[in-house]
Design a protein around this ligand. Structure first.
Ligand SMILES: [Zn+2]
Length: 104
């Protein structure tokens, strides 16, 4: 069966973004946020980023640990280097082109 016809829209097209990917500005972890029409289409993102990032050791704490050991072997073992810590960033950037729309 073949139908022929013309689609006529009486009102202007309205759509809203329903989903969008956001990337943490600090660590780059990607979150897919959905918008809530009851919240004026605001995207819901976590309050802080739960991503894992490499963090430099706090040199002051390393110094205290080293003093507790009173020098000797391993005095320089914990200096420098990194450890894995929580990102805790609050800055999220929308990723262009990832939005999903819904017509209404
Ligand atoms: Zn992050």
């Amino acid at each position: 069966m073949v139908l022929y016809g013309t689609v006529i829209r009486a009102t202007s097209i309205k759509n809203r973004e329903t989903k969008k990917d956001f990337a943490c500005k600090n660590c780059g972890k990607i979150y897919t946020a959905s918008s809530d029409i009851l919240e004026y289409n605001q995207f819901k993102l976590p309050p802080v980023c739960g991503g894992e990032v490499e963090k430099a050791h706090n040199p002051f704490i390393n110094m205290l640990n080293a003093m507790k050991k009173k020098g000797g072997a391993g005095f320089n073992k914990n200096f420098g280097g990194t450890h894995i810590g929580m990102c805790n960033s609050r800055n999220f950037l929308p990723i262009h082109g990832t939005a999903q729309y819904k017509d209404y």
